[in-house]
Design a protein around this ligand. Structure first.
Ligand code: GDP
Ligand code: IMO
Ligand code: MG
Length: 435
């Protein structure tokens, strides 16, 4: 029996979908615990690509149970759309294979409208560059104690009552502050009535089910979304998402006790990307030859919004923050293949900010924006490594680079990924077997 948490170590899109799919082979349960359909997790299996925004990335295995914990926020329409897509591919999702916490909050149509209106009203240097999926406003309602929950779909009279209580304030904001059309509670309730019918069989108590699973000796895999530097408390605030993305939230966001977590694996790209606004010290400017190499070879476009991802060198400061904040017991290094062909590689070991050395991301956002990375340089390798399946077969310079990532971060690579496919991977240590 082991419980393993997988989290993003940078600004998201590190390859969590791929790694979760890979590790699901050894797990019995796969659990999302935070975020919503701002996530876009890509899996490539037998040459076929799947992108999941809300369904856990373990869903392709027919004999595993996927769970959506209380810390997740759910856009019911998007969830049903993903289920329909899977059904069309002959992979129908049934209630035995997907459980949704009654305590997970619902993303409502007005959350999406408010998210987009707020972003639209910000000046360009203040824009967060949200995914526009209603994430911030939904979590605001949750913390403000005015949110609607999955469990409310089982009692539509309560759902209507809570919706009516909430709608007046939303319409005031939409019409008076953002000059948007008012929304109609009756129409929303009618739409949700239909969604509720379909979703009711999936709603339950994730905490109880996971506790029973653990006692029965089952393996549980927790799937993080976004990344450590997007954490609402520990990231580059306010250029963050609205949830805690770090490993601690695997417990809070699913109702699982922290003493039962055995391993925490941080997914980390061999370089760095970020999508949306905010500080990115090792960013290479658009048009830079190396930045273009990473962008093109790494196909760095958002899996949710299709936006171009900003690209830059590996950042040891970000990696160290991730090891500390998540208590990482290992790294899964992805996209190492993308670095093939570069003459030399730069890695940031620390920052200089106005003459002062920083070994962590500065808490002050203005200082973070001013951070100058201090680089060390390593020789690159020319070989195509996508067909390599054992660590010993990697070129010497590639192994040296991995060793440097370990030295700079303080955590050892346990998984090395050299391509998007499930099989394009080296599992150096199985976290489910060691725990
Ligand atoms: P996630 O949000 O962390 O799940 O990551 P995304 O799916 O948003 O982005 C990662 C992208 O990189 C996807 O297109 C993956 O198919 C791809 N990918 C994952 N691992 C590797 C790898 O080792 N090499 C290459 N070339 N692509 C990878
Ligand atoms: P996965 O799980 C990368 C970013 C957005 C924006 C900020 C806030 O695929 O790694 P939000 O819509 O959450 O309010 O946007 O967070 N962001 C992500 N960036 N990967 C993600 O998810 C992200 N989810 C949100 O671009 O900068
Ligand atoms: Mg993604």
């Amino acid at each position: 029996m082991a419980s393993v948490v997988v989290v993003g170590a940078q600004w998201g899109d590190e390859g969590k979908g791929k790694v979760v799919d890979l590790l699901t082979k050894y797990a019995d349960y796969v659990v999302r615990f935070q975020g919503g359909n701002n996530a876009g997790h890509t899996l490539v299996v037998d040459g076929k690509q799947y992108i999941f925004h809300i369904i856990p990335s373990g869903i392709l295995y027919q004999d595993k149970v996927c769970a959506i914990g209380n810390g997740v926020i759910v856009d019911a329409q998007v969830l049903l759309g993903e289920m329909d897509n899977l059904a069309e591919k002959g992979l129908a999702v049934r209630p035995e294979r997907l459980l949704i916490s009654a305590n997970a909050h619902l993303i409502m149509p007005y959350h999406r409208m408010l998210d987009q209106a707020r972003e639209g009203a910000l000046s360009s240097n203040k824009k967060i560059g949200t995914t526009g999926r209603g994430i911030g406003p939904c979590y605001m309602d949750k913390v403000g104690r005015t949110g609607l929950k999955m469990g409310d779909l089982l009692d539509m009279a309560l759902f209507r009552e809570k919706l009516a209580a909430s709608i007046e304030e939303k319409n005031f904001l939409l019409t008076q502050l953002y000059q948007q059309p008012a929304i109609d509670a009756k129409a929303i309730a009618a739409d949700f009535e239909k969604l509720a019918e379909r979703l009711a069989p999936y709603i339950g108590n994730v905490s109880v089910v996971l506790d029973e699973a653990r006692r029965a000796g089952k393996h549980i895999l927790f799937e993080g979304a976004q990344g450590t530097q997007l954490d609402v408390d520990h990231g580059t605030y306010p250029f963050v998402t609205s949830s805690n993305t770090i490993a601690g939230n695997a417990c809070t966001g699913s109702g699982f006790g922290p003493a039962h977590i055995d391993e925490v694996i941080g997914i980390i790209k061999a370089y760095t990307t970020r999508v949306g606004g905010g500080p990115f010290p090792t960013e290479l400017p658009e048009g830079d030859a190396i930045g273009d190499h990473l962008q093109n070879k790494g196909h760095e476009f958002g899996a949710t919004t299709g936006r171009r991802r900003r690209c830059g060198w590996f950042d040891g400061v970000v990696a160290r923050d991730a090891v500390r904040l998540n208590g990482l017991t290992g790294l899964a290094v992805t996209k190492l293949d993308v670095l093939s062909g570069l003459d030399s590689l730069q890695l940031a070991s620390h920052y200089q900010v106005e003459g002062r050395r920083f070994d962590r991301m500065p808490e002050n956002i203005l200082q973070a924006a001013l951070a100058q990375p201090v680089y060390e340089s390593m020789p690159g390798w020319k070989e195509d490594i996508t067909a390599v399946r054992s660590y010993a077969d990697l070129p010497r310079k590639t192994r040296d680079y991995l060793q440097r990532l370990e030295d700079l971060s303080g955590a050892r690579p346990v998984i090395v990924s050299v391509g998007p496919g499930r099989e394009e991977t080296m599992l150096l240590r199985n976290p489910f077997e060691q725990a």
